[in-house]
Design a protein around this ligand. Sequence first.
Ligand SMILES: [Zn+2]
Length: 85
Amino acid sequence: MKPKCQSCASCGMPLEKNEDFALGDPSSSYCRYCTDKSGNLLPYEKILKANADYFKESQGLTDPAALKMATDLLLNQPAWKNREA
Ligand SMILES: [Zn+2]
């Protein structure tokens, strides 16, 4: 069974077009923002910071608020759910 709407297993971004996927490869579980040039998943801290920056800019949040939002978001993603604290 295919998932109806695929999203990045790291940041939850909807993966709609081929170019949204890592390396433009629709079989990847991650988006291009969460991976490096080789298609490998970036470290948690980098993705956390990228998402916090995004929330800060797009929603005008303060640093701590944006960081908390990003932390909560990543907490529920398959890629980070079982992350060692
Ligand atoms: Zn992602």
